[in-house]
Design a binder for this molecule. Structure first.
Ligand code: GRF
Length: 200
């Protein structure tokens, strides 16, 4: 059984959807640990309620970003997960961390990358006036939201939408996309050539 290690900072709806799909047998994997850098994150509270192994290391407990990550690496290396799933983890990872777990760290972004990387992507896409947006599941590399794209799902943007409505429409697709992407990764029939994620 492939092991997934989840990292989050907030409400954790993507994590919970993945976990629900595992419980329903839609995804053949196990969650070996859930990490949060925010002790009050709703996602970590839910993970505890579900009886999962949870870990909290707050940023402020460490003198630098790298020291914080070294703490996280100790947890990860003990559990040796197959994939590290970023599910609303709101801290940029250093090059050292990303290189150490090359092609193991996966993220979901609420826009069609390479458009609107970074924070508040849905709001910025709405402000820009795009007619379509969506979500992107991608590997994490040294840049911000720049790694090879595993899959994307598209939503329309309607003239009467508010940014909140767009965010909600995208989130529904995120909940489908993350499990779909993880199924492909777990199956193992893929390779990366340059920037391209290719199914084999
Ligand atoms: C999602 O919109 C995801 O795309 C972004 O952060 C948000 C996390 O939401 N990376 P949740 O915590 O999974 O509900």
């Amino acid at each position: 059984m492939k092991k997934l290690f989840v990292m989050l900072s907030g409400r954790g709806s993507n994590f919970l959807k993945i976990y629900e799909n595992i419980k329903k047998g839609h995804l053949k994997a196990e969650i070996c640990g859930v990490f949060s850098n925010k002790k009050d994150a709703l996602g970590i509270k839910k993970a505890k309620e579900e009886g999962l192994k949870t870990f909290i290391l707050e940023n402020k407990e460490f003198s630098s970003r790298r020291e914080h990550e070294i703490g996280i690496e100790k947890i990860i290396d003990e559990l040796s997960p197959d994939f590290i799933i970023l599910a609303g983890y709101m801290r940029i990872l250093t090059e050292e961390f990303v290189k150490k777990y090359k092609w193991k760290i996966v993220n979901i972004h609420p826009a069609l990358l390479p458009s609107f990387p970074g924070v508040e992507a849905q709001k910025r896409a709405w402000e820009y006036g795009v007619k379509f947006s969506g979500c992107t599941v991608h590997f994490v590399d040294e840049g911000v939201d720049t790694g090879p794209i595993i899959l994307q799902r598209i939503v329309p943007v309607f003239d009467e939408d508010t940014p909140e409505e767009l965010e909600e429409r995208i989130l529904k697709e995120e909940h489908i996309a993350y499990t779909e992407a993880l199924k492909i990764l777990i199956e193992g029939k893929w390779k990366i050539e340059g920037r391209r994620f290719i199914l084999q």
